[in-house]
Design a protein around this ligand. Structure first.
Ligand code: NAP
Length: 327
């Protein structure tokens, strides 16, 4: 595993996304399986885990908290707030200082730590980012010692550029993958200039970029790839990166022909790591074998520039115009 700087620490360039752990949105992974996935990730040299207070309504954080008790090396856990919709919560009441403090305290409790390494805004409305009040609240939580760093997970390049102007922002989380290449042109240089870490989510377009799905693949009713396949419940971009599923299967097939060999998921992650502005990429995994394959991307040689050029041409000609959702 190779590491890249994130402020004053070194984080694994392949992190672990944990929306899958304890959340029905991906089918149900039980606690025992989830703990094994976390163990496989840290055994492979991983030290950066992304979660959120709403993944399984605290279950993902609580499983990570349990896991942290058994590990004796430093693990950097990034969580998020802003999307709770349970009793007394919702938009816009989630964005007051009191609500943000309450939600951060609940994450501290679930994770069993005295300070959150990274608290991220969780794709909140653009207007809330623009008003800047949420960032004042985060700075206050930081001064009070509840959080070490704060960042923002965003949907659009416009939102990314708004957040990058905020004093003290440590990281930006954004979708960037072979189905979402233009983000590099719009955001990366500014993030680098500002010294803000880039956390890359949905790197495999919800699994499509592993090349394993067929047009007749069926997902469980509670899996977001079934109930949000066309953006019915939340931003279409968070599911299959905004590409219609059947189209995505075909496009993944076209991409595969340009890659060096059959290891499509590894090369899709390698392609992301080939961008030096990226700090860490956080593929989700529902199996130990997926963790191992994703981590292996760190050890691959960069793709040749001729392959990068062909992949960009394919994106410009066949993919970009097909992205749906807020991006
Ligand atoms: N708004 C936000 O801030 C936001 C939104 C989305 C995600 N995230 C974060 O980003 C993380 C990553 O995004 P994501 O999980 O949505 O999408 P992803 O990483 O693109 O896809 C994950 C899925 O791809 C499949 N997969 C993973 N590795 C594989 C491999 N090596 N070979 C074959 N298939 C593989 C698995 O599908 P199967 O389970 O079907 O096998 C896995 O569940 C999340 O876990 C979460 O932490 C944040």
């Amino acid at each position: 595993m190779n590491y890249r700087p994130f402020k004053d620490v070194q984080v694994a360039e392949v992190g672990l996304g944990t929306w899958q752990l304890g959340s029905a949105d991906w089918g149900n992974i039980n606690e025992d399986e989830a703990l094994k996935i976390l163990q496989a990730y840290t055994d492979a040299g991983g030290n950066f885990i992304d979660t959120a207070d709403v993944y399984g309504m605290g279950v993902s954080e609580a499983i990570i908290g349990k896991f942290l008790q058994s590990v004796n090396k430093e693990i950097f856990v990034a969580t998020k707030l802003g999307r709770r919709g349970d009793a007394g919560n919702g938009w816009p009441q989630n964005f007051t200082y009191d609500a943000m403090k309450r939600h951060a305290e609940e994450s501290l409790r679930h994770l069993g730590v005295s300070q959150l390494f990274l608290e991220q805004l969780h794709c909140i409305p653009t207007e809330e980012m623009r008003s800047g009040k949420v960032f004042d609240n985060l700075r206050k939580l930081q001064q009070e010692g509840l959080i070490r760093y704060f960042g923002a997970s965003v949907e659009t390049s416009e939102e990314a550029l708004i957040c990058l102007e905020q004093e003290g922002l440590a990281s930006l989380q954004i979708i960037f993958n072979l189905f979402r290449q233009h983000v590099a042109d719009e955001v990366f240089a500014r993030a680098k200039e500002k010294g803000v870490a880039l956390i890359i989510r949905v790197p495999l377009a919800s699994g499509l970029l592993s090349g394993k799905f067929r047009e007749d693949t069926v997902f469980a009713d509670k899996d977001h790839r079934h109930y949000n396949a066309n953006g019915e419940s939340f931003n279409a971009g968070e599911t299959f990166s905004g590409i219609e599923f059947g189209e995505g299967v075909k496009l993944a097939g076209n991409i595969k022909t340009l890659l060096p060999d059959e290891r499509m998921a590894e090369w899709a992650i390698r392609w992301i790591l080939d961008h030096p502005e990226v700090t860490t990429v956080i593929p989700g995994a529902s199996k130990i074998s997926q963790v191992n394959s994703n981590v292996a991307a760190s050890g691959l040689q960069p793709l040749p520039s001729s392959v990068h050029e062909q992949l960009r041409k394919l994106y410009n000609e066949q993919i970009h115009s097909k992205i749906r959702g807020h991006y």
